[in-house]
Ligand binder design. Structure first.
Ligand SMILES: [Zn+2]
Ligand SMILES: [Zn+2]
Ligand SMILES: [Zn+2]
Ligand SMILES: [Zn+2]
Length: 288
């Protein structure tokens, strides 16, 4: 699922001031040009080796403050001893009693730089200010996402609700009335069921997980985007020969899963119950 930053990075940056033949102009002309272009930031696009944006010590992305030792090792603040306090710290590459100093030139370069999103191959067209790349990638809607349906390899570039609609067309849908017990019949091989609470325009996914030994884990995921404010309560019941298994809780909305799905609560249904019914197992769902 994880993606690696490409080795070549396309960069857009700002160049301000005198350019081209103006360098050879008389001094007063150059000064005039510099003054008038002060507020006109010209963008240039370059590609560079992605290794140049890595810390020499930890190979992580270069983040400010940056330090450079006298041997030219550039490292991030995490990799410089005492680096957070002031401009003086020790380079971990050299391991010599040597002082590394702030590398303000590269800091300035990074501050004016924008890079394409790491997930552009999945459809993100944004150019991100370099300092914001980590926060953007953590919330980018084109980042690879996980799916709670067992066996699904995941997807990118959509919400979970859209992925289930497009990527799992064989998943059954059942319309559920709010605050009413709805009986479902789930086949032993069924991995998930979409529950459609039509009066509230809300969809839920009932997942029959295979992540527990000797049984299935039934759990509910709300297929809602971030704007959806309503809170929904649910109850799931499975009737076995020796009694009724019940789970109730709150269905939390999920727009996309950045990590593999782990239900915060699930109903353990032993294989003995699934096997005790010749075909479908009755599951009762209550949503409000
Ligand atoms: Zn580092
Ligand atoms: Zn060094
Ligand atoms: Zn993005
Ligand atoms: Zn899926």
């Amino acid at each position: 699922m994880g993606s690696k930053r490409p080795r070549q990075v396309l960069i857009t940056g700002c160049s301000v001031g005198v350019k081209g033949p103006q360098v050879f102009a008389r001094r007063w002309q150059a000064e005039t040009a510099a003054t008038t272009s002060q507020h006109q930031e010209e963008k240039v696009t370059v590609t560079i080796d992605a290794n140049l944006l890595q810390c020499c010590v930890c190979s992580g992305p270069l983040t400010t403050p940056l330090f450079q030792c006298t041997k030219g090792h550039i490292s991030c603040s995490d990799c410089c001893t005492d680096g957070a306090l002031d401009d003086e710290s020790e380079c971990l590459m050299c391991r010599e009693p040597e002082t590394a100093t702030r590398c303000r030139a590269i800091e300035r370069f990074l501050a004016g730089m924008s890079v394409p999103c790491l997930f552009r191959q999945h459809g993100c067209t944004e150019m991100i200010p370099y300092r914001d790349t980590q926060s953007h990638e953590a919330s980018c809607r084109y980042a690879p996402s996980h799916c709670p349906i067992p066996g699904c390899a995941g997807y990118a570039g959509k919400s979970l609700a859209d992925h289930i609609r497009v990527g799992h067309p064989t998943v059954h849908h059942t319309s559920v009335r709010p605050d009413c017990v709805t009986p479902l019949r789930m086949h032993a091989s069924e991995q998930a069921r979409v529950l459609w609470l039509s009066s509230c325009c809300a969809k839920f996914l009932l997942v029959a997980g295979r992540d527990v030994p000797s049984g299935r884990s039934l759990s509910i995921v709300g297929l809602m985007d971030e704007q959806f404010q309503d809170e929904f309560k649910y109850r799931i019941e499975v009737v076995g020969k020796d009694g009724v298994l019940t789970l109730s809780g709150q269905a939390n909305g999920v727009e996309r899963l950045a990590r593999p799905y782990q239900a915060s609560a699930f109903l353990f249904v032993p294989n003995a119950i699934w096997d005790s019914y010749p075909e479908d197992i009755p599951v009762f769902v209550h949503l409000k």
